[in-house]
Ligand binder design. Sequence first.
Ligand SMILES: Cc1ncc(COP(=O)(O)O)c(C=O)c1O
Length: 413
Amino acid sequence: MNLEQAQKLESKLLLSTYDRYPVLLHKGRGVHVYDHKGRKYLDFLSGIGVNALGYAHPMLTKTLAQQAKLLVHTSNLFYHEYQGRLAAALTKISGADRAFFTNSGTEAWEAALKLARAYAKENCPQSKDAKWRILALEHAFHGRTFGALATTHKEKYRAPFAPGVPGVEFVRFDDVEDLKRKFDGTVCAIGFEFVQGEGGIRPLSKAFVQAACELAARNGALLIADEIQSGLGRTGRWFAYQHYGVQPDLITVAKPLAGGLPLGALLASEKVSQCMHPGMHGTTFGGGPLACAVALQLLTVLEKQKMLKHVQKTGAYLLEKLQELREKYNEVRGVRGLGLMAGIELESADLAKAVFKQMLDGGVIVNRTDETVIRFLPPFIIKKKHVDHAVRQLDQALAKNTTGLAATAARRS
Ligand SMILES: Cc1ncc(COP(=O)(O)O)c(C=O)c1O
């Protein structure tokens, strides 16, 4: 099948939910992915933050093949050996006590919201239905199912499906005063990404996180960390909240967890876990033996290969190189990131589109998010030479599409 055939077939048969790039991918090896004609791309997006160990990592493919021959699916009516072991590994690195496995990020976030409401009902019976408000942040992205959608900020995602799940209010990004205004005893949880991904790679300030923790504690509300994009090593620590020295009550993970197989998890403290009882929540596929076995192997490889240190080093290098471009081009408005989660904000959406396209044409995959931000979520295994290559392509794309004038000090302040 060629690209045109795939496009024709899909345009007739699929819901038109995606605006795909005109590339038909065929295989991947390491940090590279190849199209059906054998053209090689350096992947600085890794399937939107999923392929942390790149493509066809030998340890993952070995586990995958072995487990596929033994047991792929069991349902959650039976035990298999991997859920408990994976929960042990995840609770060890997160400081949480228990896990619930899902198939995706949005389902993990749904489970967190449900658990927050259930916890408030069980632990604050005097306020019964009153304590059910959930605070989320402007620019937040938590998924596409109804609960997650209600906490996702962009109007264009929510409006076509209104009315949404009630009880959600958005706090201005990183605005402590707005947070204080909206927080009271009717709030059962505040949830956010410590480093927003889809919203344009925006790390929260320590002051905001501190204020959110204090207000949550004072009002008997839970703190939910969405680590679906930022978690499991992406920022150079296991979880982004670990940069802030706080311990959330609920943590959601997904994307890189099972090396490309669909798997997510909600991690919860013991006190919150106690309000979930048999039958209250569940899933057919979540936490199957194949995905869990691969996830265990992924965590083992990350640990054995000291990948967090590597992410810290390469991430710092990437940010340094992006900063150099900020100095070079007027049209670069900002560089943000933590570890290998980085973004470069450009002057306009049109410029970001042109830069993205030229990078893709030049064989480097990135993406455009929040209209004007070029986002980098490379596999953890990239080396400095890959950063150099990607940044060179970005430099060329900026040179072609901008005036290239050096920035003035005044505009930078
Ligand atoms: C921070 C965050 N939360 C939730 C989600 C939803 O995850 P999924 O697409 O696996 O449902 C995403 C996906 O991009 C995400 O980045």
